[in-house]
Design a protein around this ligand. Sequence first.
Ligand SMILES: Cc1cc2nc3c(=O)[nH]c(=O)nc-3n(C[C@H](O)[C@H](O)[C@H](O)COP(=O)(O)OP(=O)(O)OC[C@H]3O[C@@H](n4cnc5c(N)ncnc54)[C@H](O)[C@@H]3O)c2cc1C
Length: 463
Amino acid sequence: MSRVVIIGGGPGGYESALVAAQLGADVTVVDTDGVGGSAVLTDCVPSKTLIATAELMTDMAEAAELGIEARDHQGDLSTTLEVDLAKVNARVKRLASDQSADIARRLEREKVRVVPGRGLLESPGAVVAELADGGTETLTADAVLVATGAAPRTLPSAVPDGERILTWEQVYDLTEVPTELIVVGSGVTGAEFASAYLALGIPVTLVSSRDRVLPGEDADAAQVLEDVLTRRGMKVLGQSRMESVTRSGDVVTVRLTDGREVQGSHCILALGSVPNTAGLGLEEAGVTLDDGGFVKVDRVSRTSARGVYAAGDCTGVLMLASVAAMQGRIAMWHFLGDAVAPLDLKRVSSNVFTAPEIATVGWSQRAIDAGEIQAETVMLPLRGNPRAKMQGVHDGFVKLFCRPGTGIVVGGVVVGPRASELIHPVSLAVAESITADQLAQAFTVYPSMSGSVAEAARRLHHF
Ligand SMILES: Cc1cc2nc3c(=O)[nH]c(=O)nc-3n(C[C@H](O)[C@H](O)[C@H](O)COP(=O)(O)OP(=O)(O)OC[C@H]3O[C@@H](n4cnc5c(N)ncnc54)[C@H](O)[C@@H]3O)c2cc1C
């Protein structure tokens, strides 16, 4: 029986453990923080749970347009909704730990052994576990998978204190509502937290070192989001590089490199992630890291050391839970001799959970504009969609890209409420090389937002 040892119990680790167990291997997962990893305990699951509350607040704030009025018990119009952050955060933490416990039970059912502790690579065939309750255990392996994830990046000039200067892992300890929140960093994580806390009724300033928010996303989508956020009252400071974050009593000061200062009650640092790869014996065992400390892998998750695979954020390939899980599964399929296709990033759909959401798949507008691929483009605003009108949705669009000759759909962007769900037909089209005509011919429900996906596809029709 093949022995597989996995270091790290996040989606990269536990999903591969399930595949390896299914294929008959003897599997051990060494994990420091609890299975589910950062994805379940501090990152995806908590943030999306917080955002679920924020979404409800957004809907309620816009209810008046649809004819709903809130009145207090004296019958007067009541216009303020308040969030009980202690309650929200308690729900977030409960849900995260329940999810971790669910995964632990599943692993147990599949006979995967979970060893609480820190795993170190002694050699390509051996992992030493520094056990949580003391002592060490050496685990020999035919294959090792490194899936140790990443941690929030901090700077010596902006040190989190866990009370008012916070990493994204620390926000769920807040029991009182910030009176003025500053979010530093306008990538996906910064934008999601800024959008969520704004929806919860908290004044937010977003400090962005670039021209606009979400510099890595579709420019039209980022523009829609920035317009909506500023319309709702967010202060977005573009071209503003943070130099330092300091605290004096209840006041947090963010100093910018041009000398300006922004003050608030709390600050969230969203400065990107650093891989958890230092001090694990990786390089000593022959695993090559890049300049940023990420593990170098090929498309079937092999590292430079024979028998050592790596998956997830520690590889920096695409920092998504779905990609981590797929890299891990691919590693196990490859090692255990099952059918395997190399990782194809052009099929990955991803979503920014702001209000509105931004979902993308396949080739990007940027790659098309740069001439990396030839594609025809159509962009259809959602405001013409009958369902959007009924629901009071004014912002957002569907964008589709298809190859000029064949009409094969190669990518798309959806901006709108629940864009994460609406992108799926486009993902299917990209994954299965479906043409715009085929996408257009499938029935959509009337009225529905997905009608706009089909309509966009119809507009790409050639005679
Ligand atoms: C705020 C936020 C929101 C996000 N939201 C989403 C989202 O909505 N959708 C999405 O797809 N992605 C999202 N992501 C990204 C996603 O969280 C990561 O891509 C995912 O967690 C990567 O999984 P992983 O298995 O590589 O690592 P992790 O989930 O970080 O798990 C790694 C685990 O290994 C443990 N570990 C580290 N070193 C060792 C060691 N030496 N020995 C034993 N154990 C060790 C860690 O403690 C951790 O538990 C989000 C990220 C952030 C920051």
